[in-house]
Design a protein around this ligand. Structure first.
Ligand code: MG
Ligand code: ZN
Length: 198
């Protein structure tokens, strides 16, 4: 079984915008291509997992989501790097009255589906994202997790640390790391996997 780095999209792989629907607005996060190349160099598959409730909310349709993913591929192509797969949840949050689903992060549905589809071992994999829901999805999917301080990371860090330190027991586990950006997160993974720091 192979290992993967699961990547959140908005605020992690590309610059944060709320409800991005226009491929023309897509900007890779600084250092993203280099970070992905380093991870690929360690034989990690790269799988994007993103909540896109804008679909359920009627802000854009699934073809707009696909176009954004096409644009991300286009921007990464000259860098010689390509994500192995994109998974997205088009559903809305149950707490806002939308029908529940099992793919919307913080649930690990997309990670588990990708693991099944691509033959990945979550126990040897990582989840990187800028939201508390990314960390919760990663940990409950059985991965190690890294929270970025980009995007919505600063508020997520507060939320996660208060949840985890107040002793609210999460059966998914309590360990995650924090990194300033995707480049730094790749550095942490390289260090954890090879023992070399960069
Ligand atoms: Mg995000
Ligand atoms: Zn869903």
């Amino acid at each position: 079984m192979e290992r993967a780095v699961f990547l959140d999209r908005d605020g992690t792989l590309i610059e944060y915008r709320s409800y991005p629907g226009d491929p023309g607005d897509v900007k890779l996060a600084p250092g993203a291509a280099e970070a992905l190349r380093r991870l690929k160099g360690l034989n990690f598959r790269l799988v994007v997992v993103t909540n896109q409730s804008g679909v359920a909310r009627g802000y854009f349709d699934e073809s707009a989501v696909e176009k954004i993913h096409g644009r991300i591929r286009e921007l990464l192509q000259p860098e010689g790097i390509a994500p192995d797969a994109f998974y997205y949840c088009p559903h809305g949050p149950a707490e806002e009255g939308y029908e529940g689903c099992c793919c919307r992060k913080p649930l690990p549905g997309m990670i588990l589906q990708a693991a099944k589809d691509l033959g990945l071992d979550p126990g040897k994999s990582w989840m990187i994202g800028d939201s508390a829901c990314d960390i919760r999805a990663g940990l409950s999917g059985g991965c190690r997790a890294i929270l970025l301080r980009t995007g919505r990371g600063a508020e997520s860090e507060l939320e996660l640390f208060s949840a985890f330190t107040v002793g609210q027991k999460e059966k998914s586990g309590t360990m995650f790391s924090v990194a300033d950006d995707l480049r730094a997160a790749a550095g942490l993974i390289v260090q954890a996997e090879t023992g070399f720091s960069t």
